[in-house]
Write a protein of this length. Structure first.
Length: 400
């Protein structure tokens, strides 16, 4: 059993001070956080506004677009199906999605050739599938994704999105390198085919209900839309980032076309798309730490938790990069990043820490050895400020 952790009261105030500073300087409209040890909250709060600066105060139960923080939920769901014997990491994706059976790889000279090996479920989970993302600079497949509006069209079903993905060549041979990608969208569609149920139904049954994530879904009901935080940013989803500059302006963004609010059962994605709250997402984190929901219900075995935390990226494929941005010291397990070398990390953290974030600057971390975990929520696409790392630093420095 891990030892109970306490915070120095004076130093713990730095979390609020850090958040207030980011709001007062106009870098963000509103920010909320919750840091805990397992399910015991050690620090929580919010700063700023829900909609516009000096508008409605940010409520504790504000609803956020969590973008890629959707991915760990879908990955855990896949591992639950592995434990049920309904899926294997060694399965070829084409076993469930035949349109990937004859995948081709784009060559440097612009020609394509048939892939030498099949894309595997394990490679979808670890972003080594050969797929790409539309916002990645210097990638011709990313350019093709942009031209086909893969991320911009929220009116497409998950099946239609994955069919569109399958029409493009791969950026590289499956397994050859790590590249952040639409792989979790493809994985989500695989899970639908495996079970015969839609991804939103599966997530609700396997995770949202047992974790009491009552405000988490791919849409926001009308009676909750007054709690939806406004989105700001420097670019829309799918656009190649410009040179990041500070101070960053609070420019309102309308993402209704790519991230609809009112499309229950239609807008479903594996790699992004969920709406959630700080408290809801924090109730998911114990599953990553122990395999159990906060109620104690077992959702993953102890063996699977240990199995899923192991780094799966060969040393030759490190360090990881998202576009031109490095993730020094980190590898990747079956649900997200995992710190391998503390001496390479840029921000205060702990050996073996893991987690991920979302495009609108949402963020979470978990640390299996101590049970420490945390969620940071805000709404800024394309931020130059690492707000999640900053607040994690302010939290960790307060530990006695």
């Amino acid at each position: 059993m891990t030892a109970s952790i306490t915070l120095d009261p004076a130093r713990a105030k730095r979390v609020q001070l850090c958040a207030d500073r980011l709001i007062d300087s106009g870098q963000f409209c509103g920010v909320a956080w919750q840091f805990a040890q397992h399910s015991e909250v050690l620090s929580e709060g919010q700063s700023g506004w829900l909609d516009t600066p000096n508008g409605k105060p940010l409520p504790a139960d504000a609803v956020y677009r969590i973008y890629s923080m959707t991915k760990p939920l879908v990955s855990v769901l896949a591992l639950q199906l592995v434990e049920e014997g309904r899926l294997r990491l060694t399965d070829a994706v084409a076993l469930y999605l035949p349109k990937f059976a004859n995948a081709s790889v784009l060559q440097a000279d612009g020609t394509v050739r048939k892939a030498n090996a099949p894309m595997l479920i394990e490679q979808l989970l670890t972003h080594r599938s050969g797929l790409s993302y539309d916002f990645l600079p210097g990638c011709d497949i990313a350019r093709r994704y942009r031209e086909s509006q893969l991320m911009e069209r929220g009116d497409r079903s998950l099946e239609a999105l994955v069919d569109a993905i399958s029409e493009h060549p791969l950026a590289f041979e499956p397994g050859a390198r790590w590249q952040y990608s639409v792989a979790t969208d493809v994985l989500g569609r695989v899970l639908e085919v495996v079970t015969g149920h839609s991804l939103d139904q599966l997530l609700s049954h396997y995770l949202f209900t047992p974790c009491a994530m009552n405000d988490t879904a791919f849409y926001v009901p009308k009676d909750k839309q007054s709690r939806l935080a406004s989105l700001f940013g420097s670019r829309k989803l799918g656009e190649v980032p410009d040179q990041l500059q500070l101070p960053q302006p609070l420019t309102p963004l309308d993402v209704t076309d790519s991230h609809p609010v009112n499309a229950p059962g239609t807008f479903v994605r594996g790699g992004h798309g969920l709406y959630s709250t700080t408290g809801d997402y924090q109730r998911f984190l114990p599953v990553l730490l122990t395999g159990q929901a906060p109620s104690g219900e077992r959702l993953l075995s102890d063996s699977m938790v240990r199995f899923m935390w192991a780094n799966r990226i060969p040393e030759a494929q490190l360090p990881l990069f998202i576009g031109e941005n490095p993730l020094p010291g980190y590898g990747w397990n079956l649900t997200g990043r995992v710190l391998l070398d503390l001496g390479q990390a840029y921000f205060l953290t702990l050996p073996g820490e893991g987690g991920w974030g979302g495009a609108a600057s949402t963020y979470f971390f978990v640390h299996p050895d101590t049970g420490l975990n945390g969620v940071v929520m805000t709404q800024y696409l394309g931020s130059a400020v690492p707000i999640g790392d900053d607040l994690r630093t302010a939290f960790l420095q307060a530990i006695n």
